[in-house]
Design a protein around this ligand. Structure first.
Ligand code: SF4
Length: 617
């Protein structure tokens, strides 16, 4: 029985009403917190086939039960909703301070329902929640929005907000806090559809945990383990700005819309080059890694461009897909995405898709507002970022994501839409990192590297066992392990980078138990089951929406076109065993051949009551 009482702030924008409720004990037992609560509430409360951009769609902001306390790297937060990009379940994780501040205000989650008649923002304090008119903020970039709100409510305030991209319902719009983003799945568009510009929280830095002494000792031990970890030291030094050094040499750095796995002259994009433009470091609440690296362009056409990034995914997506090696253009595009509030991966994925269509003559200047989309031309790429966020001309088509854009364009464009479940793929080539690719295919949120990152294939992780990255169906267990472990970590909500630094999952479980008083959180077997439960309920949500085996697919290019790597490993690789992989994956998961969790599996996970409607789907 939970001894810590989780508080959910329920906000109805239509009625401008709020209520605070305690999370039922059954949900605490089954899901612990964070991402678990997200799917539990959404599954229970949201009617199937709700319009993601309609008033009925629910949007949750969640912090984990460790957020704001002494432990490190555990104050991340996430948004959960139904995605306007995929039509399925959405969870999008972000950093900075907002998760800690949510807990400082006395809440573990906010459930947003309804739609405001006019733009508003919410102001949360320990005393309650106010609705404040946001007409003057509407149209403002995320940086300006946050500055204006801080001027009103003071330095003890943190803000999560949308930019023009979210207001204009770009289907992959982000929610931005500081300069960290909950960027995937279009969670910012859902916020925009509700006329909700921002949530501001003003609070003092104080949070209570169940067993303060135990928690303090465990946090000290965690810090010690971090500091002795080589991965921690490397991550502190480089963040993700040198990941491309690894992926490019492995032949899994996708170039020209996933036609190639290695970039010629790729060393021009390597971490050492980014380091020359590094002008600062920053981190999330209470994380001594401070892995965020800020960059400033000193001269040239992008002089003055400043980004608190780009992270690996962003530094990839504004270079390799258009075959550019301009770091400066990438920094500018990354800055624009943060300011305008759109996801870098989907934005760059849509632009890379358009460049390939242009090369094949499927689109021309008549389609692109007169722009020539020629590989290497980064200035056009930067213009397209702006046009997408503004939904201007050709940008309005790309703002819908590659699947809808391909349908609008026609003429065979579908063959070049690189996505799973409608979400554009991130920066790891599935033909050269196959467990990573199969994770994209089976992820319940679409093409996400974070849903079940295959560190075994990319960084040689050996848990739960070493992996041959070209093996396929035989690695189904690895994909499941990675997805369930992520679910387990995101009840925390632990930073995925920090999971490799010697404290996860043993110490993590003990911290959860000390924070909440739920003793069996310290049991790894129990924690693993929670991770599996989360993935199963997210799958059940999607099944209810009509998803099944037909949606667990990689793009045809991965199955039919041999990968080119310029001599790196993986030359000529294709994905050969897509169907065999799915058979094995479903079998190990205890799902039907159509990818539906069975009644037996749901009962085993304690979900029979919650997912009792599954038999109808
Ligand atoms: S490792 Fe980096 S991303 Fe993760 S919590 Fe720390 S600062 Fe944030």
């Amino acid at each position: 029985m939970a001894t810590y009482k989780y508080q959910v702030l329920r906000v109805n924008l239509t009625r401008r009403a709020t209520a605070v409720e305690t999370v039922p004990e059954e949900i605490c037992e089954l899901f612990i917190g964070g991402r678990g609560f997200g799917i539990a509430y959404l599954y229970k409360e949201q009617a199937p086939h709700t319009d993601p951009l309609g008033e009925e769609n629910r949007l949750m902001f969640l912090a984990g039960p460790l957020a704001g306390a002494q432990a490190q790297s555990v104050s991340r937060w996430m948004a959960c909703t139904k995605s306007p990009l995929t039509g399925g379940y959405a969870r999008s994780v972000a950093g900075a301070d907002f998760g800690a501040w949510l807990r400082f205000a006395g809440y573990d989650a906010i459930m947003v329902e309804g739609k405001a008649a006019d733009p508003v923002y919410l102001h949360l304090t320990k005393e309650g929640c106010k609705f404040i008119e946001a007409g003057d903020l509407w149209g403002k970039e995320t940086t300006v929005t946050q500055e204006m709100i801080l001027q009103r409510h003071g330095e003890k305030t943190r803000v999560a907000c949308i930019g023009p991209g979210g207001e204009r319902l770009v289907r992959y719009a982000a929610i931005v806090s500081g300069r960290r983003t909950a960027s995937r799945c279009g969670v910012g568009a859902v916020m925009g559809s509700k006329n909700l510009k921002a949530i501001a929280i003003t609070a003092n830095r104080k949070v209570r945990v169940f067993d303060q002494d135990a928690f303090k000792n465990l946090s000290t031990e965690q810090t010690r383990l971090f500091r002795s970890s080589q991965q921690f030291k490397h991550h502190k030094e480089w963040g993700t700005t040198a990941t491309q050094n690894v992926t490019n040499s492995l032949g899994i750095f996708p170039v020209q819309n996933f036609r190639y796995g290695q970039q010629k002259n790729g060393e021009k994009l390597y971490g050492e080059e980014y380091r020359k433009l590094r002008t600062g470091e920053f981190g999330c609440y209470n994380c001594s890694a401070r892995c965020g690296k800020a960059h400033t362009v000193p001269s040239g056409p992008y002089a003055g461009a400043y980004s608190e990034g780009p992270e690996y995914e962003s530094l990839w997506v504004f270079s390799a897909p258009i075959d550019s090696t301009s770091i400066e253009a990438t920094i500018r595009a990354d800055q624009l995405c943060d300011d305008l509030g759109i996801d870098t991966i989907s934005t760059g994925g849509c632009i890379g898709f358009a460049y390939e269509l242009y090369e094949h003559g499927i689109i021309n200047r008549n389609d692109t507002d007169g722009l020539e989309l020629v590989y290497g031309d980064h200035q056009t790429m930067v213009k397209l970022v702006q046009k997408i966020a503004a939904r201007e001309g050709f940008g309005n088509i790309l703002a819908e994501g590659v699947v809808r854009a391909a349908r609008t364009i026609g003429r065979g464009a579908e063959a070049y839409a690189i996505h799973t479940k409608g979400m554009e793929l991130p920066a790891y080539e599935p033909r050269g990192a196959k467990s990573q690719g199969f994770n994209y295919a089976t992820s319940n949120i679409g093409g996400s590297h974070c849903y079940g990152y295959a560190g075994q294939e990319i960084f040689g992780a050996t848990e739960p066992r070493p992996v041959n990255r070209f093996a396929e169906a035989e690695n189904a267990d690895i994909v499941i392990h990675n997805q369930d472990s992520t679910g387990m970590g995101e009840v925390g909500i632990v930073c995925s980078f920090a999971r490799g630094w010697g404290w996860f999952p043993g110490l993590y479980g003990k911290l959860l138990a000390a924070a909440t008083g739920v003793k069996h959180s310290a049991d790894i077997g129990y924690l693993k089951k929670v991770g599996e439960r989360i993935v199963n309920l997210e799958r059940a949500f999607n099944v209810r929406e009509g998803f099944g085996r037909q949606n667990d697919k990689l793009p045809p290019r991965m199955l039919n076109e041999p990968l080119h790597t310029y001599g790196a490993p993986g030359e000529g690789e294709v994905v050969r065993e897509m169907e065999q992989f799915l058979d094995r994956y479903y079998e190990l998961r205890g799902w039907t051949k159509d990818g539906v969790p069975t009644a037996k599996k749901l009962a085993e996970l304690g979900l029979s009551k919650m997912a009792k409607d599954m038999s109808q789907h």
